[in-house]
Design a protein around this ligand. Structure first.
Ligand code: SF4
Length: 479
């Protein structure tokens, strides 16, 4: 469904992340600023790469870092796989469809891969491992995200004639840090602060594909944010599968809130976002930090997955409906209005009609500003894979449609209440056909607005809301 909010790491949203190399031909201004500081000048060597990304924002950002590794080795980015010597797919396996799409892409190279190196990175690589070589013998590189530290070595092996290389270790306490990161989004810089996951949700493949939880040191995070501020970025998004489980491994031993406050304090940084929070580690201190720190964005993505405590327990989510609602009360009691979005899984094995109704009633209770809802699909290497009481696809579809309509009505009603209110918008797009600018508020709402100005990209402007739709707001610039 179309959404006002683009977060949803834990739900590991739909297939179709950015192909970084698409920016190579026409990089926006901030990208150029970043490039001049972190990215070496384009190489005129013959080596070219193309990377296509599937899945969540963490994958998008991993691809930015992988691109940095390749640029540092003298590769240049190209716009299409046909132009590339090295073609990489950074994959997602959270849903069956995502995995199928990657194998379809690999199938395209069955008779045409000659002279190219084809590689599979990310979650599907970790999940399928060397099986990928069996299914697609023209693939040369299979590397899961927990082994990205080894990428330079693996690529060097391929460059010196290696036929097949793999990086599939999960037993690491290291995070993937590179000296160079190619930034894809000119307006918002992503930064992973914690990788992997120590939870064990019954439906989720992430602990298997991304390994145990590892946090980056606070010094390393702050140094990167300072570099980004120097490069002209004003908005930072901190990433992690369970971002609020952050624990500084350095002697400083900061917790997530300590880090949030320090990042927000860096000169030049105007907006700090973070995703995805796990309800279990969501504390009052996070709300208090947002309340008292204007640079911390007033938006929290807090995936609940279901409104039924019985199903939460089956999912091994480690909290109850009541505990989740208590955390939402903290958010709603903040002095500064904080928008809230969530994720829902429809049709987990054993979900009854009454469990589903509890999910609808929870959405009514929390008045979420956005929901990422997905039909459950069993995944390999997850505890729930072969559980009985599977819900038929048709029934899952029926429940999903009901939930989407339910949530649509909530969003329309809430967005209508915003008419005549004023918001600061960071402008990130122009729709020429409608002659409208678009951007996001600090609460992550999309605002499409008119302006007499002819150049606004990357600017912070004030807009007054004139209409509220289900997924976005319409307004006009205040001059
Ligand atoms: S195991 Fe649970 S907490 Fe960890 S990434 Fe998956 S859904 Fe999130």
């Amino acid at each position: 469904m179309s959404r006002a909010f683009d977060v949803g790491l834990e739900s590991l949203a739909a297939v179709g992340g950015a192909a970084l190399s698409a920016l190579a031909a026409n990089p926006p201004a901030a990208h150029i600023r970043e490039s001049s500081l972190e990215t070496p000048p384009p190489s005129d060597s013959g080596k070219a790469f193309f990377i296509e990304t599937f899945g969540c924002q963490m994958n998008d950002h991993d691809s930015e870092k992988v691109s940095g590794v390749l640029l540092g080795r003298g590769y240049r980015a190209v716009e299409s796989p046909a132009q590339a010597d090295l073609v990489l797919y950074n994959t997602c396996s959270i849903r069956e469809k995502a995995a199928q799409k990657v194998f379809a892409r690999l199938g395209d190279w069955k008779t045409t891969s000659s002279g190219k190196i084809i590689g599979v990175l990310g979650c599907l690589a970790q999940q399928e491992g060397e099986e990928i070589f069996e299914r697609a013998p023209w693939v040369s590189l299979v590397c899961g995200s927990a082994s990205y530290r080894r990428l330079p070595e693996l690529i060097a092996e391929l460059e010196s004639g290696g036929r097949r290389v793999t990086g599939l270790d999960l037993d690491t306490d290291e995070t993937f840090e590179t000296e160079i990161t190619r930034r894809d989004n000119p307006f918002r810089a992503y930064l992973t602060i914690i990788e992997g996951c120590d939870y064990a949700c019954a439906y989720c493949v992430v602990p298997h594909t991304r390994g145990p939880e590892r946090s980056r040191s606070s010094d390393s995070v702050l140094a990167e944010v300072r570099r980004l501020a120097d490069a002209g970025y004003t908005e930072i998004q901190l990433l992690g599968q369970t971002v609020n489980s952050y624990r500084d491994p350095s002697p400083r031993k900061w917790n997530f809130v300590d880090l949030l406050r320090a990042v927000a304090d860096i000169p030049g940084i105007r907006r700090v976002r973070f995703t995805t929070s796990h309800p279990n580690d969501f504390t009052r201190e996070i709300v208090e930090a947002i309340d008292s720190t204007p640079a911390l964005c007033d938006h929290i993505h807090l995936p609940v997955q279901t409104g039924s405590t019985r199903v939460l327990s089956a999912m091994r989510r480690t909290y109850t409906r009541e505990q989740y609602l208590e955390k939402v009360e903290w958010i709603r009691a903040a002095r500064r209005p904080i928008s809230l979005t969530t994720d829902i899984i429809i049709g987990f094995p054993g979900e009854t009609e009454s469990d589903f109704e509890e999910t609808l009633s929870l959405l009514t209770a929390i008045q979420s500003d956005g929901v990422f809802a997905f039909k459950y699909s069993p995944r390999p290497n997850t505890p729930a894979r072969d559980w009985p009481d599977a819900i038929p696809e048709g029934e899952k579809g029926r429940r999903l449609a009901i939930l989407q309509e339910h949530q649509r009505r909530i969003q329309i009603a809430n967005n209508e209440l915003l008419v005549a209110k004023e918001f600061e918008v960071l402008v990130d797009a122009h729709h020429a056909a409608r002659d409208q600018w678009a951007g996001r508020t600090t609460s992550n709402r999309i605002v499409n607005f008119t302006s007499p100005r002819s150049s606004l990209l990357g600017e912070y402007v004030q807009a007054r809301i004139t209409r509220g739709g289900p997924n976005s707001l319409v307004g006009e610039q205040l001059l």
